[in-house]
Design a binder for this molecule. Sequence first.
Ligand code: MG
Length: 383
Amino acid sequence: MEKIYALIVAAGRGRRFSADIPKQYCSLGGYAVLFHTISAFLNHRAIVGVRVVIHPDDHALYEQAVGSLNVMSPVHGGSTRQESVLRGLQSLEDLNPDGVLIHDAARPFVSEKIISDVIFEVKNARGALPALAVVDTLKRIKDSLCIETVDRSSLWRAQTPQGFPFPEILKCHNELRDQDMTDDAALFEACALPVVQVQGSEENFKITTQEDYQKAQKKMRLNYETRIGSGFDVHRFEKGDHVTLCGVKINHNKGLKGHSDADVAMHALTDALLGSISAGDIGTHFPPSDMRWKGVSSDVFLRKAIELIKEKSGIIVNVDLTIMCEAPKIGPHRVEMVTYLASILGVSTDRISIKATTTEKLGFTGRGEGMAAQAVCSVKLPE
Ligand code: MG
């Protein structure tokens, strides 16, 4: 079984939450709750694609939340959770998925282990859900009066992601439309198909109330440390008709000399990102002696640095670049550069700063012998 997709249900209005915007779009450490949820699945190597089911009114919130994350285009949900899941499943049908993991947008702290454990069961052609044993004593209460103590020994609290072989769960949803069940395992059970339990986690809680949201914010602050990285690079001018800066080709009466495309700005940025996780520099990963990197686009270096940060479940907070030269002029190309970097970094454009300065005709940049670039970045890493 190869093709496992994640379907994230984010169409709810969150009536128990009481805020101006639905909880999945509220900020958690500078990023929307939904951003963290999507990232958990995008960062899992067994997931081939992530689709989010959204409310038709939430397009602007959604676009802002996902930034440049490499997520599939969203689909609209229905009036109930069950209907929303059905629409999401139908939208995936043409892709012939082998399995699907269905997850609540408001559970941003789902671990790699839970996702892996659910996928393991799905690959064995079974439904699976993470669940936790009930530890509190359960009471049946009516009008503030305890009526009885409920035996909790066989009771479990269901979480998501719930995973299923795709054709089966789609069939269940099609057959049991309009039932308004609160989770997908219930439909699988109703069709007499097996659903097994994997170990859930208290960390994988669902943000339902304001109290949960405060707990999530606190957890976010505790769990992440802020790293800073810095990078600096210089390239000499040689004969040529353009330079490449932040991936943008700019006409000039000289070119930059280098083993790759000599994108001095992208090199400084890449070194800053590598520095933030103490992962060496470009030369460590791409030795200049290796002919494979001759003339290569510097995107390759930048993408490698981002991949290493993602492997550590890091989040890029912001980057700030300064390009030093007398010419060419950077200003007219700034927006294009920022947009291009945002698409690679997977962050919104307001987290990327590109500045330029001359050095008042002093030094090698002042004499027009070459260009320099300096970058600083901030990255959040789980402790
Ligand atoms: Mg360089």
